[in-house]
Design a protein around this ligand. Structure first.
Ligand SMILES: *Cc1c(COP(=O)(O)O)cnc(C)c1O
Length: 395
């Protein structure tokens, strides 16, 4: 890999940029890596699986030798379910810290598993805080694990993962992290966080294509997970034990996706690893947010909680603004944005991850400016109710 390989190359003619937090815009090299077939039992593919597991462990910093990486077929939610079902014993109890769709999905997963949980629902975007966790754990000594969503992708909030993990550990609980949309761009050093297990997937900050996710867990937790799982295909211990013994996945792996992911991992390293990747995403965010603010748009979140992954904007109050028309016009200009997920006010989201740099983000802002002009929207300022809502965040 040379520096030229890390250059951002626009997608093929007529293919829009995906300003969505996975699937996202991938490089030509990643797509090209899928143009050959692999035998899943063959030594070449086993070596690829090994290289991928090692490459991912390299991203968690010193102390990684106490951990191992277990890929799991399916999308990210399969991995969340695999993690909860494998590491939480049948008589365990999980404190689920939710502030958006993914936290609520984890709670729903616990319902399906039929295992005990305590849900803290902070609404659309307020961050759970360490002192509340301390309080709850004091009142409910049955809780054994705390599930933290690292970046809650539904609003783009970057949750205070260290503060939350510290509170959990102080009460003697184990920490599980859904770092789906953050891992690879935001540090998740095991030395600092000491999590029992975390999950992420191929099509987020490593910039691969969808098809599998992975669990990174302490080896002693992997050993202890034997017999916990409710599910044959989502049993992390069984997948790990089989992989250790044979070098193979238990059931058919997404071979092309793994090949693409290895190419993506090489590009990630060439860009400077977690630090380099995170820095590009942060520049993407800064340039895009500043440009959008200059047009009158306002972010849902205060500066402090803005992630470099995805940003939520309020829809303008101007009656001439119509989100569906805005979406279509942005798509025509080469950019697929993301509808919002807030319940109280209208919003939309713009992702900062994938094969895009600040040049591209400037084009995104220009496309938004032209689209507003075309729609006859004079100001992108949000309704007063939206700003009222946002004030709650500061409280
Ligand atoms: C993407 C994502 C998931 C998994 O979603 P899938 O659609 O199953 O891939 C889970 N949690 C978070 C925070 C995510 O961003």
């Amino acid at each position: 890999m040379t520096a030229a390989d890390t250059q951002i190359v626009p997608p093929a003619l007529g293919e829009p940029y995906l300003l969505t937090p996975g699937p996202l815009t991938t490089s030509r090299a990643v797509k090209d890596a899928m143009l050959r077939d692999w035998g899943s039992w063959d030594g070449d593919f086993r070596a690829m699986t090994r290289a991928m597991r090692t490459g991912l462990l390299d991203l968690i910093g010193p102390g990684a030798d106490a951990y191992d990486c277990v890929p799991v077929q399916g999308s990210g939610s399969y991995c969340v379910e695999a993690m909860l079902g494998s590491f939480v014993p049948k008589d365990g109890k999980v404190l689920v810290l939710a502030n958006g769709a993914y936290g609520l999905r984890a709670a729903k997963t616990m319902e399906y598993l039929g295992r005990a949980f305590h849900l803290v629902d902070k609404g659309d975007y307020l961050p759970p805080r360490g002192d509340e966790v301390t309080e709850i754990l004091k009142e409910d000594p049955a809780i054994t694990h705390v599930l933290i969503i690292h970046c809650e992708t539904s609003s783009g909030i970057l949750n205070p993962v260290e503060e939350l993990a510290d509170a959990a550990h102080a009460a003697g609980c184990k920490v599980l992290i859904d770092s789906m949309s953050a891992f690879g761009a935001i540090p998740l050093e095991v030395e600092r966080l000491k999590y029992a297990a975390m999950v992420s997937s191929a099509n987020k900050c490593i910039e691969g294509v969808p098809g599998f996710g992975f669990v990174i867990a302490r080896r002693d937790e992997l050993e202890a997970a034997k017999g916990n799982s409710h599910s044959l295909s989502l049993d992390v211990h069984a997948q790990w034990a089989h992989m250790e013994k044979t070098g193979q996945w238990r059931f058919t792996p997404p071979t092309h996706v793994v090949a693409a992911f290895l190419t993506a991992l090489e590009a990630h390293a060439a860009e400077g690893g977690v630090e380099g990747r995170g820095a590009r995403y942060a520049r993407n965010r800064d340039v895009m947010v500043q440009g959008m603010r200059d047009l009158g748009f306002e972010t849902l979140l205060a500066e402090r909680w803005l992630s470099p992954i995805i940003v939520t904007f309020f829809c303008p109050a101007d009656p001439k603004f119509d989100f569906d028309a805005f979406y279509e016009a942005m798509k025509e200009r080469g950019f697929i944005i993301y509808p919002g997920k807030l319940t109280v006010v209208d919003s939309f989201r713009v992702g900062c991850i994938g094969q895009m740099d600040e040049q591209v983000m400037r084009q995104v802002v220009a496309a938004a400016r032209d689209t507003l002009a075309e729609m006859g929207v004079a100001s992108a300022a949000p309704p007063a109710a939206a700003l009222e809502e946002r004030k709650k965040l500061a409280a």
